[in-house]
Design a protein around this ligand. Sequence first.
Ligand SMILES: NC(=O)c1ccc[n+]([C@@H]2O[C@H](COP(=O)([O-])OP(=O)(O)OC[C@H]3O[C@@H](n4cnc5c(N)ncnc54)[C@H](O)[C@@H]3O)[C@@H](O)[C@H]2O)c1
Length: 430
Amino acid sequence: MNGPREPIGVIGAGYVGLVSAAGFADLGSEVFCVDIDEAKIELLRRGEVPIYEPGLAESIERNRGRIHFSTTLDQAIGAARLLFVCVGTPPTYAGDADLSAVNAVVEAMPASANHALVMKSTVPCGTGRSIQRIFAEQGKAALAYVSCPEFLKEGSALADFLGPDRVVVGADGDSWAADAVCALYEPLGAPLVRTDVASAEMIKLAANAFLATKISFINEIANVCEETGANVLEVARGVGLDERIGPKFLSAGIGYGGSCFTKDVSALKLLAANSGYHFQLLGSVIEVNELQKRRVVAKLARHLGSLAGTRIGLLGLAFKPNTDDMRGASSLVLAARLAAEGAHVRAYDPVATEEALKVMPELDCAEDVEGALEGADAVVLVTEWPELLALDWAAAAAAMAGKVVIDGRNALDPAAVRAAGLIYEGIGVG
Ligand SMILES: NC(=O)c1ccc[n+]([C@@H]2O[C@H](COP(=O)([O-])OP(=O)(O)OC[C@H]3O[C@@H](n4cnc5c(N)ncnc54)[C@H](O)[C@@H]3O)[C@@H](O)[C@H]2O)c1
């Protein structure tokens, strides 16, 4: 794309940071990308991309001359006014957002009226206000602060970044920095929500909490469908055609996962509690999700009896297709529960095996899908990777010792599975 564009700094080269760097570079900005992880920066300098995200490696390669990688902030501060913070905010043991990485960046910010910290990391509502207070205490009051939460989805992150449903820019009062951030996004033509910092922070948390609520809602409907003989696929279609509801996030399954929903829903619930409000609904959303992952174990036991000594194949590990991110993946809970019941779990994922073994080194992972099917008494589709949806079920049936197929995503063709002589069971589909 064309025209001179504002150079920017991106602090944190993870899923959000790298995608933002690539996206802004695609729009024509010079990008100065910083991460404290030396190995990661070394890889990126060599042209290798440390995460799996469709189109990202190509975009970074395309913009090689325009994206500069460093382990220190100097170059970014020297070249750019807008410093986008994209560091992680994982949950603490208490379930709140851990802001230690954000705080380290805040400490390192210059006392400069020509710079702005633009917060892309998801932070509790009130964080911006306290950071601005810290800036004032540290003699950095002139440094501007903007909240610009990110809504991309892993698996389609770059496309989401370049085609967002909306852009949210929060600043308190008149702000040259908020104007500059709006100008950066302007070519995307997305609806702009220009608001105050606290509201921008809350928009991000509320959006994730609402989506998680929608998933837990349809999962409970699926569970009731199982008791009553209705089919949740039909129900979701009929419900989702209501304009007020919409069809998205009405897919019943084995629960939501990923780094964002799990931590952001919990963080919002605790933010409310810490502020003196008991957010009852979110308590249920979280509990339903936890139970949903475990219901697969009960389904398997209904078919197999005791699970002790059985072989269970897990098809897919990543929390969703097209990512290698294992944070909060339902597969981890499922594998641990099955192991606790005495089952031997053998898993296969086309992309996420390496990440899965970092979190759960004891997991037995097959190199190909045949390895997970071989001798299995039952298999569970955990992640709807295209490769797994295209399985030859006749060959699968020949390789398996048993007949049970649990479709944890309602993504398989039940007729094809049954035609191979296997027993198909989905979630809420009778
Ligand atoms: N992953 C998503 O889908 C997504 C979507 C929207 C928002 N978010 C939010 O964006 C933020 C980043 O998420 P992510 O998934 O990209 O995290 P990530 O863990 O993939 O990346 C964070 C990066 O920050 C780096 N880092 C930590 N401290 C640093 C410091 N002081 N200076 C420079 N770099 C530092 C880490 O080394 C890491 O590479 C989180 O707050 C998350 O909630 C994530």
